[in-house]
Design a protein around this ligand. Sequence first.
Ligand SMILES: *Cc1c(COP(=O)(O)O)cnc(C)c1O
Length: 239
Amino acid sequence: MEATLRARWELLRARVDDACRAAGRSPGDVEVLPVSKTFGPDLIRQAVDLGLRRFGENKVQEIKDKYEPLADCGIDWVMIGHLQTNKAGVVARLAAEVQSVDRSRLAATLDRHLRAEGRVMDVLVQVKTSDEPSKYGLDPGRLLPFLDELAGYPSLRVRGLMTLAINTDNPDAVRGCFRRLRELRDDAVARGHDLPRLSMGMSGDFPLAIAEGATEVRIGTALFGARPHPDSFYWPENG
Ligand SMILES: *Cc1c(COP(=O)(O)O)cnc(C)c1O
C-alpha cells in the first residue's frame, strides 16, 4: 500500500512539474495540496511518512474526526469546502488555513473566533468563476470591495484567491475559469492588494490551471485514488 501511495505521489509530482515546464514556469513554482477527504487516518499517516504535512478537507466534521488520531503528525489542516458560519469556531481552533472565505458574515465570524483564540490565519477568497447557478464563491464583481473589507479583520491574513472551475469536459471553458481568476488577481494586485497565491486546479484539470498561473493545485483522486462516494456526494447542489 505504501509503495503504491509513494509511486502515485512521485508520478503526480512529475506530472505537475511537466505541466510547469510546458507552461514555461519552473517546477518548484507550484505546490500540491493533497485532498484527503473521505480517507481515514491510516492512509493520511502514510502520506505524512512521504513528507506531506498539509491536507485539504471539505467538511468541518472530517477535520474534527481526524484531528485527534493524527495529532502527533504536525498536520496543517486546510479547509477547502463550503464553510457554514456556525462552524467557524471549530475551524478557528483546528484548521491552519481556510481557502473558502466567500462572504462577509463568515469573515467577521471567523475573525472573531480567531481573536478569541489569539490566532492569525492565512485565508484565500473563494471566487465564483463559472456561471453555474449554485456553486459557492464570491461574485467576481464584489471582489475589490470584499478585499477592502477583509483588510479590517486583523486575524485574517488574505494571501490569495481560490476557485473551482466549471464542471464540464470542455477544456476551453475550464481554462476560462482559471484565466478569470488570474485576471481578477492581477487587477486586485494593481490596486494594491497583496495576493501571491492562486489555488486552482484538481486531478482532472490541473495542467490547465498551471498554464494560467496556479501556485497550488488541490489533488485528491490522482494521489489517494477514487473516493468511496461520487462527487455529487460532496457537491450535492450539482447533483
Ligand atoms: C475534492 C476537492 C478537490 C480534489 O478533487 P480531485 O478531483 O479528487 O483531485 C479539490 N478542491 C475541492 C474544493 C474539493 O472539494
